[in-house]
Design a protein around this ligand. Structure first.
Ligand code: FNR
Length: 388
């Protein structure tokens, strides 16, 4: 496709939808039950109004910031999402290439279709990554992965996902189970790929689900096999401290109570990601902006103790600046990166980041803001959301 003619993230999703297999589309697009949280993730941003200031020199605009002390050129990172090679052979390595181009951070999924070593192999010295962990019932498997991650200096932190101890009921994914049945349903990590595994685009299409896998309800459920449902504040963080020296970011927090609890675990926990897993876990769970507002109201000190990031439903630069104005330090995109890959491999992901960067700059200029740190509550009117 002519990438220049794709002007927004919906255009890119439309092209990708036509190009990728139905099964890949169903896995990426799907969310739990009635897709209520997925839709609300996006529409909640529409309910927030921006408050542009005029008579401000907007010649300059700088979107750079830091995430956990790592310099990034845009406050937008790629969320951990499984199985990128379902969309394109460039896979998670391709996402890394696009992130390098834009100085963006990438979080690598526990269930990526390539090994972490393959994904970071061409990363520059400035590039930073996080590695997302789904703790496995067989803890030894997770411990072995953490030992591998410790050897990759590009990986700066562990992102522990907490919102999906069991998979949500994703009906699009379940219904498409017989279409394209030679597609992969096992991640590189599940396949036990070792550090020495050479990059092989076929690897992702080789593994067929064992132990029931695909036939038991879609790609999502197959990937969740082996994920531990018994994580707790008391037991899991001490276990993690024994097996990694890296800072921890907790992903999938959805209430001010849990955000506060997380802040009590600083400095081991240095950040939280407010997320409902793109609507793929608990349907009718709140969008991240609702949780941001709750934290502002009940425990604003959390913002001083740990970094607060958000994801879910980000489609526009205005969404990015709204989240930042409400106190988020970083803003994640999940499906957009996968659909970018589906539209045109690594160039498609680069186009997604290019559009979001340009829109974010325009929004900052129109608001009368030159630097990310200047964004604040004075730039948003959240009254329509607070009536909920
Ligand atoms: C995800 N997400 C996810 N999260 C995670 O912690 N580990 C994972 O392996 C995955 N896998 C995954 C696969 C697919 C296909 C999607 C769409 C999402 C959730 C992801 O990190 C993020 O929270 C959401 O995707 C954000 O919402 P948007 O940007 O997709 O609306």
């Amino acid at each position: 496709p002519d990438l220049e003619s794709l002007l927004n993230l919906d255009d890119i999703e439309e092209v990708a939808t036509k190009q990728i297999s139905h099964k890949a589309w169903a896995y990426y697009y799907s969310a739990s039950d009635d897709l209520h949280s997925k839709q609300l993730n996006n529409t909640a941003y529409r309910q927030i109004l921006l408050r542009p200031r005029v008579f401000v020199d907007c010649t300059n605009c700088d979107t750079s910031t830091t995430l956990l002390g790592n310099k990034v050129n845009i406050p937008i990172y790629v969320s951990p999402a499984a199985m990128a090679r379902l969309a394109h052979p460039d896979g998670e390595w391709g996402i890394a290439q696009a992130c390098a181009q834009f100085g963006a951070m990438q979080l690598i999924s526990n269930n990526a279709s390539m090994t972490p070593e393959q994904i970071v192999k061409d990363a520059g010295p400035e590039q930073s990554f996080g590695w997302q962990l789904y703790v496995q019932t067989d803890r030894k498997k997770s411990e072995a992965m953490l030992a591998r991650i410790a050897k990759l200096p590009q990986i700066k932190f562990i992102c522990l996902t907490l919102d999906a101890p069991v998979p949500g009921k994703r009906e699009h994914d379940e219904k498409s189970k017989n279409v394209g049945s030679n597609l992969p349903v096992r991640s590189a990590v599940q396949d036990g790929s070792s550090a020495s595994t050479s990059p092989n685009p076929k690897a992702a299409t080789a593994g067929q689900a064992k132990e029931g896998g695909e036939s038991s309800g879609g790609v999502g459920k197959a990937l969740f096999m082996g994920t531990a449902p018994d994580l707790t504040w008391k037991t899991t963080l001490p276990w993690l401290a024994k097996h990694t020296k890296l800072p921890i970011v907790l992903k999938g927090l959805q209430t001010h109570e849990d955000a506060y609890l997380a802040s009590l675990h600083a400095p081991q926990v240095q950040g939280i990601i407010l997320s409902n897993h793109g609507g793929r876990a608990m349907d009718t769970a709140p969008p991240a902006v609702h949780t941001l507002l709750e934290i502002r109201k009940y425990c604003p000190e959390v913002f001083d103790k740990i970094e607060v990031w958000v994801d879910g439903g980000i489609k526009r630069g205005t969404d990015v600046v709204k989240a930042l104005a409400l106190g988020a330090k970083g803003v994640g995109v999940g499906r957009a990166a996968l659909f970018g890959l589906g539209a045109s491999g690594k160039e498609g992901v680069a186009r997604v980041l290019e559009i979001l960067k340009a829109e974010t700059e325009t929004a900052m200029r129109l608001l009368g803001v030159e630097k990310i740190e200047q964004l604040g509550l004075q730039h948003v009117n959240t009254r329509a959301l607070e009536r909920d």
